[in-house]
Design a protein around this ligand. Structure first.
Ligand code: ME8
Length: 739
């Protein structure tokens, strides 16, 4: 392993590269925004910074998603990668490079890494027969039919000749490395989990696959493709030029590697803190300085993720409140490393409290008064009184405290400290009331007071704005211009934060025109965001508890013993019930969708109490109220109203002149029924015969195309509306009730 001393004048940070099987949502935006804020601060400190993001495009999961969408993996990946990149651009994120794992530079680098590991004797050929979770792209210990311990989905048995990486050889080295580098991974919960995972024993890792082809060919043995996580993790070095002979690439790699921060979500710590350092140790490449895991953004009580169907898109918040509002909320509201709830209501409360009424209002008061009383020129502060000394002291303390807190990724505390200065400046203005001249005060004294108070308040705003710039780049640029300080983007390039100190605003500076920063958000803002999301959900109904997500797929890496101890039966048997309770709103949507696609009649509704936050068509007013009250639960009695039963398909045939509709006869053990289902575009009728499925058995019968439908199938609906029927891994008797 090569060692590289930390260079304080350059900084390299990375986001995870996101899977292209799902569109970006707020969870992805969260990690990317955190990196953007860090990158902006580093640059504004005069540090040469390289901020990398990108997309993870290979693997069986993507191959299958592309197939389901009826296009090639290349087309599929290009489309979604474009959506990620387009969103980051719209949000104004300042990434320096965007890597796609399908690019030649990456492929070349991965092949070089693979060949290096093999040449050094860390990769050998063997055979693997075992379980594989396609959704997690992870190997799973256990006999056939073991569900994935991370996501609970069925695993597939694979039996392949594979290349193996000697991960077992790194158990002790990794533990020594963690011990010697306590700063390597954080937060503490991640560190503990990772260490206990390694202590429980590391087995060699299969690093190639032969059963599909959407991947990077193993050099010299092209029927194998490189395991998707080895492929993906390598992006952090291939993007810099690892594996290239071009002197420019070599220079970039030398300059920026090792990374200062790999910022990730906590569910992928095992890959970043165990596999990645082991690969690098084996290849003789220096290890990253740190891996930092953000917690999960939760919505409707669960991790925001595609497969839970509880996502909110960053575009929605951007469109209604602006990117700065989103950035501020995410960094201020959620202590970094912890899980945090997202709700439109909390977002708007924070926005109004801290941005509209707080910072925005303060700036507007001061800039307007400078225009009104001083013709738009910064006044001379004159001699300091104790009130100014106190405010200056507070601002100087904030300058001293903000940096260390921010640099430890403690954004919430850093902002809290800064917003205390906003409140103090506000209080100082109010206490000195430069707009009010008491009768006993002479004109000259009043002019002196106005000058002193407005110059001091404007200087406080300058300091606040400079520090807030990485989090509020758009607003900060506007305020900078209003204070007559010119282009903030230019100032940022020349490292203006490095020498930030009280007293930078010179008397006589010509202020710019006042302009609103954060107009107060009324209730309509919540309604608007809610309806934008409803609209989006209507057009792309997403899956509950299955499907194409990236998901809770990767719950925190459990130790191996825990993995083995996963109660298979419970995990499997619970899955459909969970879909109908935990994700009640989605389950309702999903069921309704499965029918609606087949019928021109209005889609059926299920008598599940649907939480208004996510219900299609629910009033935004109700959504706001619900958000204010906290998450909605249904009672067990509510759930008991829905009779979910196991049925077997006896007959399946197309309905004449209805492209989407199948007529099914199902056996419930004690009775047989006819059900019409809108799944003809996705299931061949012959292949359904004999399948055990779940139906809603107590739904009122209704007619479609002159035929009576007596119940409804339970299915998850994937991106684009493709249904996937719920089923069981184990034998279940017909008619058994799900509860
Ligand atoms: O895991 N809360 O990609 P992915 C917080 N391709 N962060 C979230 C989040 C949420 N609800 N949802 C997503 C992969 N994220 C692999 C990574 S890296 C070499 C390969 C963020 O599309 C968070 O950073 O599933 C998480 O780790 C990442 O998106 C997962 O993105």
């Amino acid at each position: 392993m090569t060692e590289s001393a930390s260079n304080p004048n350059r900084f390299y940070l990375t986001t995870p590269i996101y899977y292209v099987n799902a569109r970006p949502h707020l969870g992805h935006a969260y990690s990317t925004i955190v990196c953007d804020a860090i990158a902006r601060r580093k640059r504004a400190l005069g540090i040469e910074t390289w901020f990398l993001t990108g997309t993870d495009e290979h693997g069986q999961k993507i191959e299958r998603s592309a197939k389901a969408a009826g296009c090639t993996p290349e087309e599929f990946a290009t489309k979604i990668a474009g959506e990620f990149r387009g969103l980051w651009d719209r949000l104004g994120l300042t990434y320096d490079d965007f890597i796609r794992t399908t690019e030649p530079r990456h492929i070349r680098g991965v092949q070089h890494l693979f060949a290096t590991l093999r040449d050094k004797g860390y990769i050998y050929k063997g055979s693997y027969t075992g379980q594989y979770c396609v959704f997690d792209e992870a190997y799973v210990d256990g006999p056939p039919e073991t569900p994935c311990p991370d996501c609970g989905r069925p695993t597939e048995t694979v039996s392949e000749e594979n290349y193996f990486f000697k991960l077992s050889a790194f158990e002790r080295k990794l533990l020594e490395f963690y011990e010697a580098n306590p700063e390597f991974m954080g937060p503490e919960s991640t560190r503990r989990e990772v260490i206990s995972f390694v202590r429980s024993g590391l087995k060699d890792l299969s690093v190639s696959r032969t059963s599909f082809s959407w991947g990077i060919p193993v050099p010299g043995d092209e029927k194998h493709v490189v395991y998707v996580w080895l492929d993906a993790l390598a992006n952090y070095i291939t993007a810099l030029g690892y594996g290239s002979d071009d002197p420019k690439d070599k220079a970039r790699f030398e300059k920026f590697w090792p990374a200062d921060i790999h910022l990730i979500g906590k569910e992928i710590s095992r890959f970043h803190c165990v596999y990645w350092p082991a690969f690098l140790m084996a290849a003789g490449v220096a290890l990253p300085r740190s891996v930092r895991a953000n917690g999960w953004l939760l919505f409707d009580q669960g991790k925001m993720s595609k497969s839970r169907g509880n996502i909110v898109r960053a575009e929605t918040v951007h469109e209604v409140l602006g990117a700065d509002a989103l950035r501020y909320f995410l960094l201020r509201e959620i202590p970094f490393g912890q899980d945090g709830n997202f709700s439109f209501d909390a977002l708007v409360q924070r926005y109004n409290g801290d941005l509209a009424n707080g910072y925005g209002n303060l700036v507007s008061r001061v800039v307007n008064m400078v225009h009104r009383y001083f013709g738009g020129f910064a006044p001379e502060a004159g001699a300091e009184t104790p009130a100014e000394a106190t405010l200056r002291g507070n601002a100087e303390a904030a300058i001293a405290a903000f940096g260390p807190a921010f640099d430890e990724l403690n954004f919430s505390d850093a902002l809290k400290t800064l917003w205390a200065v906003v409140a103090e400046t506000d209080g100082y203005l109010t206490a000195n009331a430069p707009w009010k001249k008491p009768a006993e005060r002479s004109d000259a004294d009043h002019a002196r007071l106005q000058a002193r108070v407005l110059a001091t308040a404007a200087e406080a705003i300058r300091v606040i704005t400079a520090l807030a710039y990485p989090i509020l780049p758009d607003a900060a640029a506007k305020v900078w211009a209003q204070l007559g300080l010119g282009e903030l983007a230019e100032a940022a390039k020349s490292g203006f934060l490095r020498d930030l100190a009280w007293g930078g605003l010179k008397a006589g500076t010509k202020f710019g025109e006042p302009a609103p920063l954060f107009p107060r958000a009324e209730k309509e803002a919540i309604e608007r965001m809610q309806s934008l999301e409803d609209e989006n959900n209507r057009t792309a109904v997403e899956a509950a508890g299955g499907g194409s997500g990236t998901e809770n797929a990767k719950a925190p890496a459990p130790a191996k013993q825990e993995m083995a101890a996963v109660p298979v039966k419970a995990a499997v048997a619970m899955a459909p019930v969970a879909a109908a309770t935990r994700a009640a709103p989605m389950a309702a949507k999903v069921v309704a969708t499965a029918e609606a696609v087949g019928a021109s009649a209005p889609s059926a509704s299920v008598d599940l109490p649907v939480a208004p936050q996510t219900a299609v068509g629910a009033s935004a007013q109700a959504a706001a109220e619900t958000a204010a009250q906290g998450p909605q639960h249904i009672t067990i009695d509510d759930f008991a109203k829905v009779e979910l039963r196991v049925a077997q398909i006896l007959v399946a045939e197309r309905v004449p002149k209805a492209d989407k509709l199948l007529r099914l006869e199902v056996d419930l053990g004690t009775e047989k029924r006819q059900i019409l289902a809108g799944i003809a575009e996705h299931y061949e009728p012959e292949k359904l015969i004999g399948r055990r499925i779940v139906i809603v058995a107590n739904l009122a019968p209704r007619k479609m195309r002159g035929l009576e439908s007596n119940g409804m199938l339970l299915a998850a609906s994937l991106e684009g509306g493709a249904p996937v029927l719920a089923g069981f891994l184990e034998d279940v008797p017909l008619g058994a009730r799900l509860k």
